[in-house]
Design a protein around this ligand. Structure first.
Ligand code: FES
Length: 223
């Protein structure tokens, strides 16, 4: 399984990787933000997903990048995440944060925000909320380490892709890549294998191929 980022073109997906669509929305009590699965696509051995945001056949590429003269240069820093992330050191949890990867998914803002919760992680409820918030973060901007075990606290993902819809802002968001799928460019750059990352599909990110939340201000919708 792998994703090849075509130069100024789409994402080529290899290996029969499952594809679904999920929406960030409120729970039934209209209190907590949750992920809701809203669609799934027939599985295929290979397929190409739009990266420029202009396709008329979303989420798949229809060649619009050529007509639009899409400039899709991949500029993301490929330094390993743990080396470049900032740390917040709480009593029981250690938080790593790499802001350039933020996909604006909102989950980290509840109950005072993940950073404050980590600093209060000797309180059981604060610790539990911080863990849930980080597990819900699609982009991998935030990673938690349990200081007792030294292990990362990660959701258990099978390799799969999920198109994000943001029910709070009414925008379409990035492609959520789950389960350590190799992402590489045509120029031979291989990005670090990670359990969670988000790939831009609006074409506007300043941190390509990753999402940097610009789809929100750009009011991207894949129609
Ligand atoms: S999808 Fe988030 S910046 Fe493009």
């Amino acid at each position: 399984m792998r994703i090849l980022v075509k130069k100024n073109g789409p994402y080529l997906v290899f290996g029969n990787i499952p594809l679904i669509k999920e929406r960030i929305d409120y729970d039934d009590d209209k209190y907590l933000l949750v992920w809701k699965k809203i669609a799934s696509f027939d599985s295929k051995e290979t397929y190409s997903l739009c990266r420029c945001g202009k396709t008329k056949n979303a989420p798949f590429c229809d060649g619009s990048h050529e007509r639009e003269k899409f400039g899709g240069e991949c500029v993301a820093d490929n330094t390993p995440f743990l080396k470049k992330a900032e740390k917040t050191d709480g009593p029981e949890l250690l938080l790593y944060d790499e802001e350039s990867l933020c996909a604006g998914a909102h989950f980290c803002t509840r109950a005072g925000g993940t950073w404050d919760l980590v600093e209060m992680s000797d309180d059981a409820e604060s610790k539990e909320i911080a863990i849930q918030e980080v597990k819900d973060c699609p982009s991998g901007r935030l990673v938690l380490v349990d200081k007792k075990t030294g292990g990362e606290i990660e959701p258990d993902f099978q390799p799969s892709l999920s198109l994000i819809e943001d029910g709070i802002t009414g925008t379409s968001g990035p492609i959520w890549v789950k389960g350590r799928i190799q992402i590489e460019t045509e120029d031979g750059v291989r990005y670090e294998l990670r359990n969670r990352v988000t790939l831009c599909r609006c074409g506007m990110s300043g941190n390509k191929p990753f999402c940097d939340a610009r789809h929100v201000s750009y009011e991207f919708h894949d129609k």
